[in-house]
Design a protein around this ligand. Structure first.
Ligand SMILES: C[S@@+](CC[C@H](N)C(=O)[O-])C[C@H]1O[C@@H](n2cnc3c(N)ncnc32)[C@H](O)[C@@H]1O
Length: 241
């Protein structure tokens, strides 16, 4: 079953995650994809593109093809990025029958909760990467960088307002998943509604990421991604020979 955030709550999604917030990290993905390609890349495929907030920035540089498992999320992306191509599909199984100069797999990869899922997504990315091209895998965290934490998300659009507590915790540190609890308060027309949405996400050691990405054929290195407020983490640049 789809999380509420990517189904019933899609009309609220831009208040949760404004496109402008993606600019800084997207610049690091663009730079890595250009550096990782052995030619000047022109095309980009994103697996799990959601509302298209990365593509909103990337489309200035690449011809973007955007895929996601949620039709509702892609509807938001079509509104924001009408000039981009869109396809509904699961990153584990989608096959478009062509290759792209570059491939981006951003936070949607967190929904790969087993090594088999992660391997399937890595195969999809590899099969769609043109030889000489590059892919970026940018998970929110790896096992070594995960820590329990809470964020407050606020958004307003003139007629509606939203507050959300995002609470990340690990119910079983021995397995390869963690939980993200979202507690939403949604205010509209003088009424306030409360909703809880739980997301189960994958948590793999960095060595597992390397093993899986290399096993499908990529040459893998890491690069720095800005997290804001002067903080950085390491995400994966994958080259296809
Ligand atoms: C946090 S949102 C992505 C937001 C995106 N980075 C953006 O710029 O808007 C996570 C997305 O992962 C998608 N997703 C979850 N599982 C997926 C799968 N197996 N294949 C493709 N997309 C998936 C969800 O539908 C959702 O749109």
């Amino acid at each position: 079953m789809q999380p509420l955030l990517y189904s019933d709550l899609v009309p609220w999604y831009r208040l949760v995650d404004p496109p402008a917030d993606h600019a800084e990290e997207v610049a690091s993905y663009q730079e890595a994809l250009e550096r990782g390609s052995s030619f000047r890349p022109e095309t980009l495929l994103e697996l799990g593109a959601g509302a298209g907030h990365n593509a909103f920035h990337l489309k200035r540089r690449f011809r973007c093809t955007l895929t996601d498992i949620s039709e509702e999320m892609l509807t938001l992306s079509r509104e924001l990025n009408p000039e981009c191509e869109h396809f509904v599909g699961d990153m584990r199984t989608i096959r478009l029958g062509r290759t792209f100069d570059t491939v981006l797999v951003h936070d949607a990869v967190m929904y790969m909760t087993t090594e088999d899922d992660l391997l399937a997504a890595a195969r999809t990315a590899f099969e769609h990467t043109r030889p000489g091209g590059a892919a970026v895998f940018a998970p929110d965290c790896v096992k070594e960088t995960f820590s329990e934490g809470t964020d407050l998300i606020s958004g307003e659009d003139g007629t509606r307002a939203l507050r959300c507590i995002e609470w990340r915790w690990d119910p079983d540190p021995a397995d390869q998943t963690y939980a993200v609890e979202y507690a939403f308060l949604l205010r509209e027309g003088g009424q306030v509604k409360a909703l809880h949405d739980r997301h189960l996400e994958g948590l793999f050691p960095r060595a597992t990421w390397y093993r899986i990405l290399e096993s499908v054929g990529y040459r893998v290195e890491t690069f720095e991604r800005p997290l804001g407020e002067g903080q950085f983490d390491q995400v994966f640049l994958c080259r296809r020979a």
